[in-house]
Design a protein around this ligand. Sequence first.
Ligand code: 13P
Length: 251
Amino acid sequence: MIKPIVAGNWKMNGVSQSVTEINTLKANITENDQSNNCEILICPPATLITAFAHILSNSPIEIGGQTCHHAEKGAHTGDISAEMIKDCGAKYVITGHSERRMDHGEMDRDIALKTEAGWRAGLKVILCVGELLGERKADLTLKVIERQLKNSIPDGATAENLIIAYEPVWAIGTGLTPTTEDIAKVHDFIRKFLIENISAEEGKKIRILYGGSVKPANAKELMAVSNVNGALVGGASLKAEDFTGIIAAYQ
Ligand code: 13P
């Protein structure tokens, strides 16, 4: 059995006062004991990792970073290494988010290096893939996903160190989601790719998350789709009550 994961990506949101949301989330999770059915992860901006890790140190909620530099250290002004993220108390790091691809020109090759860096530091990596609206309209979705997976998963992937997140770019922050049939098609394709290109053993256990406008109202339906092993949540992870509502899909 694959244990699903519900991960919140706070993106560039949150200041020191946001600890109130994390305290509420911690209280909600402890009360409902939802952590038995799924793993729970929050990826705040780097500035809040230490504070959140401190608050959540005796809770089942884990912390992750949103990106990392591929080098361990050095002359890279403004960048943060995977080792630094780990040192702040994180256990995960996201790589390949479409906003990094768009805002910073990150290519599949960069994402492979960052993923390797995460593993080097002992972090689990959530590697994001997803097509643009134009690519979907041109019926290129599976081709794009295949290219991204092929070029950005380094050797050495296991179900312990890698999670894939399928995030159609046009579904992020728009309130739009693909149909459950379309999500199943992509997730089944990713599962087949992982089995054929990593190994049958690891490929069938690697978690594949869906991300893009996941809300409390649609979480149950989306999480029930074939080969969907959890969610990567943006906007709705910022409010403890909304995020708890999504986690409730696994109650
Ligand atoms: P939204 O949930 O806000 O659509 O964002 C999804 C996302 O990009 C998570 O990484």
